[in-house]
Design a binder for this molecule. Sequence first.
Ligand code: ADP
Length: 241
Amino acid sequence: MSIEVRNLNKRFGKTVVCDNLTLDIPSGELVALLGPSGSGKTTLLRIIAGLEVPDSGSVHFHGADATGTDVRERAVGFVFQHYALFGHMSIFENVAFGLRVRPKATRPDDATIRKKVMELLELVQLDWVADRFPHQLSGGQRQRIALARALAVEPKVLLLDEPFGALDAKVRKELRRWLRRLHDEVHVTSVFVTHDQEEAMEVADRIVVMNHGRIEQDGTPDEVYDRPATPFVLQFLGDVN
Ligand code: ADP
């Protein structure tokens, strides 16, 4: 499902957080929102999700105006920095959660849920932890479960907010590869927020560089790296050049 963001404006008090943002995310792409802290990445992600209401402008999902709709109508999956797995539920039940809480009419039966959850656990190569509990897993494993859980409801759009931010460098690297692999397998349109240029370069099909609520550049990792469009992009990528 493609996402079209049009002339989005959002302020918190006097702070302009989205400054007339326009952005097209084609169906099936993995796009990184990259920028320093406070540049408006999370707010843009939350507006796309329907968790935050813009002051003006619109968000369309595949051409249909979603601006006024509720988060539950948008068929989005989330992965956040702090894995919100339920500590008192097994890994299996954590992944099954989104399916179990569906209204009765659309809730799959137990056998279908079991099949689906085990497929997802196999996808992240953690089917062997189905009966364990979150505290028995490493941080990296928990984030892989969080990815599987987000995918369980077959979201049209997957939104990830600094999903690996709380993990150490080695695990982050491993998870980048996981996210890329998973995306190549399921092709769900994905938007992920990061302030880490290396992470964006390695994982994303396309990078949207943000600064003060504006888009400085929108291009492939090669384009952004080889031809920074503005002095800001050049400076921000300075660490890797
Ligand atoms: P980023 O994800 O790039 O760090 P954010 O979208 O989180 O940026 O925040 C952009 C700016 O908006 C920051 O200055 C932040 O303090 C402010 N902000 C974000 N959410 C709120 C809120 N709910 N109330 C007031 N200010 C907010």
